[in-house]
Design a protein around this ligand. Sequence first.
Ligand SMILES: Cc1cc2nc3c(=O)[nH]c(=O)nc-3n(C[C@H](O)[C@H](O)[C@H](O)COP(=O)(O)O)c2cc1C
Length: 378
Amino acid sequence: MSDILTIADLKDLARRKVPKMFFDYADSGAWTESTYRANEEDFGKIKFRQRVLVDMSNRSLESTMIGQKVAMPVALAPTGLTGMQHADGEMLAAQAAEAFGVPFTLSTMSICSIEDVASATSKPFWFQLYVLRDKDFVLNLIDRAKAAKCSALVLTLDLQILGQRHKDIRNGLSAPPKMTLANIIDLAIKPRWCLGIAGTPRRTFRNIVGHAKGVGDVSSLSSWTTEQFDPQLSWKDVAWIKERWGGKLILKGILDKEDALMAAQTGADAIIVSNHGGRQLDGAASSISVLEEIADAVGDKIEVHMDGGIRSGQDVLKALCLGAKGTYIGRPFLYGLGAMGKAGVTKALEIIRKEMDITLALCGKRLVTDMGKDQLRR
Ligand SMILES: Cc1cc2nc3c(=O)[nH]c(=O)nc-3n(C[C@H](O)[C@H](O)[C@H](O)COP(=O)(O)O)c2cc1C
């Protein structure tokens, strides 16, 4: 554990512990993966202003996201199949987030269900909704999230059809994995993962199976998505979902300022500037490169969050400087989970916290909420 100093260290360890099919599922983007790469690389182009001889004592990373207090403005992003990175992955990640004081967002396409995560936690978590053709099922999901006392609904707007990830097709991604020769050989060298999965009843999409009518084989994610996701989702749907939910609403997957302005008109509480971690429209801009333009366009009409490519506490601070009030990490916590279960998620959060704290001080600031454009070289 002591030689794990960066998110990249966690990624290396996860690569060794998690079956190839699921490691690749996390570490992949659509088509050429150009947007996936750009998400990370574009952070490197942004430079801080180093300041000296300012009081660095009593620093704080505390902030708020949609009015909720957070130990640092970094939430865990919704990620599908998290329970395949590690047995009971969503429950463990939610516990780690709760103990750390940051929000956990459960995906519709999770392995552990809303009820599983509620039973494993004592504070509210957030729920991410995909809108499916079966509206009764969508209403039922919203009601289940309410019953579980989720404190925000994150409505994902950028996945009505699935972007193509070559690795998933080549690996024959499914949950649980099919017993092909290649999988058997791979699983044979990942005994801990196998033991964990063998010891849990949570091995398929538990938000869906047994809840949605006429759902056949969900093990093939791509064919199920094509059949079930609603390609006609529109701004009008945001209104009825908002009404049915009645609580804090976050719209995820905005990458254009015109869409951001439309989103602000819906009365939602926040938008997430996001390209789904480079997993949908390959060739789209990196999230960080469009953040400032979008934040400037919406002003204080709606709170702005961002995700995509954050691999360090420095990346978080750069996003805050460019107008984000909060950020999300996807892969960094998945790598932690795959590497070391719950302790690995905590480790990912600790790495980010330490990097944020030192950077904040060296930029001459004591409060994370004071970071702004002035702290960047331009
Ligand atoms: C393995 C994986 C699964 C994901 N599944 C979902 C999902 O079910 N719902 C969703 O809204 N976003 C999903 N996302 C996108 C994330 O919420 C987030 O936008 C993205 O991971 C941020 O980029 P990062 O991984 O570089 O931090 C997924 C991302 C990954 C890596």
